[in-house]
Design a protein around this ligand. Sequence first.
Ligand SMILES: [Zn+2]
Length: 401
Amino acid sequence: MTTLIDNVKIFTLGDQGTIENGYILIKGDRFQEINAGHSTINCDKKIDGQGMVVLPGLVDCHTHLMEYATAELHQTQGPAQKMAGIANLLTALKSGIVAVGEHHLGHPVLSQTTKEYQEITNDLPIDVKLATGCCFIGTDPLTLVSAAHPGRIIDKDKDLTDEVIKHMAINSDFPGESIFLNATVANLPLSVAPKAGQITFKYEKIKNFVNIFHACGKKIGAHIEGDIAAEMFINAGGDVIHHGHGISKQVAGLMAKQNVSLVVTPHGGTSSKPLSPEEVYQFYKLGVNIAIASDSYLPAHPEAAWLDLPQDYLVGPEDFLKITSPFLTYFLDQGEPLEDVLELITVNGRRLLSNSTENGTITPGNQADCIICQQIPGIETIDTTTIKYVIKNGQPVVVRN
Ligand SMILES: [Zn+2]
């Protein structure tokens, strides 16, 4: 099967840069040729782009669409929980997202295993990378759950053995929220999670987690707010900080030095005020590798003033452009090249999710995932219906006429 996308402006975000008017040839599930001008080649399928823009598919490298969102958004359980997870993934795909960094953290009631989550996502036309971990919820006393013990609350000292940590490491596809170094407020009101933000582990235990993950050949990520937890994680050799709300410029400098990446969640995810576009830009200029993610489904933190979101509204993948846009436009206003700015919601997240050399750019030989849009998403528009095509593995999977 060959597909030709013709008459488009192409942001390859790769070696070929931006092509003002060109074509993309796809063979099977791979990009074959990208060039300026037009192609007269005979193809099985031809898409006339009519001057629209093409860029790599969007990547949301931090989501909770299949476990926590199913219970909270849809109130589903058992076999219906699967359906809710798939419905959420479809919402992501329809929003132009071709890959998500999803989580299995364990849940006090839902008892699906990591294997079951993997089975659900195997044949879907969206890449679902799964991070397995354990999660501290900031109730009083703290509630601890883990992917290794789905469906029950566990004990920090008895249940988190080296064997269990190894189990999580082996099953983890990417460095998501493997451990929570601060208890999370999750989707609860602060009154129900009064201990949100509290430090959960001592340095030795964090170091043990990191060592076991690394011994299994896996990178490790952590849910973090504030300098104390961030510094412990960096010193322990951790790889990816998720949220990082409330961390200082000094600690961000340390992250850059130790090559620790930051997954920014613009509208919330911890008890602290989320990082503002100005702060994230400062960290970026210090050399921190940054990707922006939605942490869906999640209500907005009351102090995320740069976002105009209704109170208690659960932000999902359909809002990915809306919540990332203030950051993208701020970076652009500071004079950053458009291509570098677009990487924050595409290839940077892909690099975190991928353990291969595949980088998500529109480059011959790469997996043919891209979106064809009327306007530049996140910059010129936040309306996902302006994304006319979502192409996954070389096939149009969303087509809006
Ligand atoms: Zn999260």
